[in-house]
Design a protein around this ligand. Structure first.
Ligand SMILES: [Zn+2]
Length: 429
């Protein structure tokens, strides 16, 4: 790749981030395969002085899964970037205009599986970190880490969750974490996710008594009971939403009887539903409600519930504010602080530290011809670097930041700059 080709606006930064994103996309790491994607990152980060831990968890069919924790620096504050190298399958090849793993650059865009979700963001964060470290001189104060998993798109069983457990055991404790999911909606920087709804899946089996359709008095039709249960569940609004969240919602996703016979009342009926719930709800109470309605209308039943996460929110303040300020500095946009959308690995990370998600526009994620604009990749490097500069009071930054502590502010005088940037940080004096 040419070093600086003005005709295509290929600055060194853009060349670097595009090349790394391409190298990652060319390793077809469809969950749970890694295909060398993490080898590439591990080698590169180790070369830059990171301590790299490779963590492999799980067994077939959903594993083993490769994960990686890389850290540089020491002490606090500790800023962590989290991401996933795994991608969803490309789907039918004929839906793509290019080979999904060739990482084609065309008309100012990088096209390939994982370009938006989220190899582009990983490349941007690595380049931003290298630039940030390269600009420092002298001993560092603070830590940067990367938590990279190969199981985000899959069951997420052998990925971020056990990797966090390993980090806790080994004293790797970030003060704040940025997840590079493609949160932007239409333009890079328009949306940051500061929380997520919880998600609960329930399988309902209602048992009745099988019989001849002409003799209903000798049978007990489980379909009637199931319909009554589902009607009761749908009729009650869960809540009216809250300051940061839309109302919780229950959707029935399937009703299966699989009865091939015209004159048979079936013995059982099955339904599945999903509840996306906000911070007014807890899965425990939702399960109690499901159980109560089932008992009322269908005493003979089985209920199986899977909770993929409770709702959570990282309230306005330091971390969302730092990220929003970095975005505004490089895009002019004031991002919406949103809690919409599906679940992500932030639901695990929140147990360790404040977590916010921000990354590329996600309109094409999981689709054929998944793509990102090269301009956006480039600007994302600027934003991530700016986040690091705002969060970490490395020596070279210290003087500049300390000048912000003017007389009259809370930290005037003997100021520890971290008080300005770290959620919950208390100066020692
Ligand atoms: Zn993702």
């Amino acid at each position: 790749m040419p070093r600086d080709d003005r005709s295509t606006n290929l600055t060194p930064q853009r060349a670097a981030v595009v090349a790394l994103a391409q190298a990652l996309i060319r390793r077809p790491s469809v969950t749970p395969e890694d295909a060398g994607a993490q080898d590439l990152l591990a080698a590169r980060l180790a070369e830059r002085g990171f301590r790299v831990e490779r963590l492999r968890f799980g067994a077939p069919p959903h594993g083993p899964v490769d994960n990686l924790v890389a850290t540089i620096g020491s002490g606090g504050p500790h800023f962590c970037f989290a991401g996933h190298t795994d991608v969803v399958p490309p789907g039918p090849r004929d839906r793509w205009s290019v080979n999904p793993f060739a990482a084609t650059v065309e008309a100012g865009r990088l096209i390939g599986r994982g370009a938006a979700d989220m190899k582009g963001a990983i490349a941007a964060f690595v380049i931003a970190t290298e630039q940030f470290l390269g600009a420092q001189d002298g001993a560092s104060s603070g830590t940067i880490s990367l938590l990279i998993t190969g199981d985000e798109e899959g069951p997420a069983q052998y990925g971020t969750d056990p990797t966090l457990a390993w980090m806790e055991q080994h004293g790797v404790r970030p003060d704040a974490c940025l997840v590079g999911e493609p949160t932007s909606a239409h333009h890079l920087g328009d949306t940051v996710k500061i929380g997520r709804r919880g998600s609960l899946n329930a399988d309902l089996v209602v048992h009745g008594v099988q019989g001849h359709v002409a003799y209903p008095q000798r049978a007990d039709n489980p379909i009637d009971r199931l319909v009554r249960v589902l009607t009761a569940l749908k009729e009650r609004p869960l809540d009216g939403g809250s300051a940061r969240f839309d109302p919780s919602n229950l959707e029935i996703t399937t009703i299966d009887i699989a009865n091939p016979t015209e004159n048979l009342i079936p013995g059982q009926a099955f339904a599945r539903l999903n509840i996306r719930f906000n911070d007014q709800q807890h899965s425990r109470d939702l399960v109690a409600w499901l159980t109560e309605e089932l008992r009322r209308h269908a005493p003979n039943h089985d209920l199986a519930v899977r909770v993929s996460g409770e709702s959570f929110i990282t309230e306005s303040g330091d971390l969302p504010g730092i990220i929003a300020a970095a975005i505004e500095a490089h895009t002019g946009l004031r991002p919406e602080l949103s809690t919409s959308g599906g679940t992500s690995d932030a639901r695990f990370i929140r147990r360790m530290c404040p977590v916010v998600e921000f990354g590329l526009p996600g309109a094409t994620m999981h689709k054929a011809d998944e793509q990102v604009r090269l301009d956006d990749l480039d600007t994302l490097v600027d934003i991530y670097r700016s986040v690091l500069q705002r969060f970490l009071p490395w020596p070279k930054r210290h003087d500049a930041v300390q000048r912000l502590c003017r007389p009259g502010t809370r930290h005037a005088g003997a100021c520890d700059v971290r008080a300005h940037w770290l959620p919950g940080f208390q100066p020692k004096s």
